[in-house]
Every structure is written in C-alpha cells, then in structure tokens.
Ligand binder design. Structure first.
Ligand code: HEM
Length: 132
C-alpha cells in the first residue's frame, strides 16, 4: 500500500493539508510568513505536492521546493517547528504510527532543500524536490 493510500487517499491528504495549513497560519512563530500569500493556491499546491510524492495520482505543477522557499530564508528552528506542526496535523486526522514515521522521514529528507543556505542535496531524478 502506498503512503498515499495509508493516509486515506485524496480525502486524507486534503484533511492533512487543511489541518497543517490552519495550524501554520495560526502559529505565533510561523504565521507571519504566510501574510500576503494566496492561501487557497498554496493549499492546492500542497495537496498536489503531497499526493504526487506519496504515490497518489495528482501531478504537481507548482515550483520546485527549493525555489518556492528560497526567498523566505527559513532556518533550522523554523523547519523543526514546521515538522512538529505536521505531526500535530497527522495526529488530528488519526494517522497511524507507520504513516507518521514515513511522513517524518520524507520531511527530514527535504530539510536541506527548504532550509536557506543548507548544504546537501537530494536532487536525484525522481526525488521529491525535483517535482516541478
Ligand atoms: C518539507 C517541508 C515542506 C514542504 C513539503 C512544503 C511544501 C510547500 C509547497 C508545495 C509550496 C507551494 C509552492 C508553489 O506554490 O509553487 C510551499 C510554499 C510555501 N511554504 Fe512550504 N513546505 C515545506 C516547508 C516549509 C517551511 C518549514 C515553511 C516555513 C517555516 C514553509 C513556508 C512556505 C511559504 C510561506 C510558502 C509560500 C511561498 C510563496 O508563495 O511566496 N514551508 N511549501
């Protein structure tokens, strides 16, 4: 079973992304980063992104993750906060322990792509940061 299916398919991804997006916007530390961002467009891109990288049918047509985050200057502490909030969003949709572990693993592989100035790359063809 793909991670997409384990998360509950399209509906599960939508619930996860809804919970994630709401928590991020409400967060005292990270919320300000989303001021002025088209929230609906971002949520759609997040849905398509997670569907595409987790084995679902959607195609992702947004920017590559490195390009999408470069101007934000995200640091490691902000990335850690994002990962904690993602855990909370998964708990809110009652995701199983296996799914939580796999999503954590995916996010940790994306850290060098999202954190500004981080060295390291996972840009082998087919890796999640190449989806564009
Ligand atoms: C591995 C973790 C992450 C994933 C999978 C992810 C996913 C995405 C995706 C798919 C987009 C849309 C790109 C587009 O529309 O072209 C996006 C944009 C964005 N992300 Fe992330 N993101 C991650 C980490 C973070 C972190 C840690 C932060 C802040 C602390 C963040 C803040 C933002 C913001 C503010 C935008 C909108 C940028 C803009 O439109 O100007 N993201 N992210």
């Amino acid at each position: 079973m793909s991670l997409f299916e384990a998360l509950g398919g399209e509906r599960g991804i939508r619930r996860f992304v809804d919970e994630l997006g709401r928590r991020l916007v409400d967060d005292a530390e990270l919320g300000p980063l989303f001021a002025g961002v088209d929230g609906e467009g971002l949520q759609r891109h997040r849905e398509h992104y997670f569907s595409a990288v987790l084995g679902g049918p959607e195609l992702y047509s947004g920017r590559g993750l490195r390009e999408a985050h470069r101007h934000l200057g995200i640091d490691d502490a902000q990335f850690d906060r994002f990962a904690t909030i993602a855990d909370e969003a998964l708990a809110a949709i009652d995701a199983g322990a296996d799914v939580v572990a796999d999503v954590r693993d995916l996010l940790s592989r994306l850290r060098p792509v999202v954190v500004a100035g981080a060295s390291g790359s996972i840009s082998r063809p087919g890796d999640p940061d190449r989806l564009a």
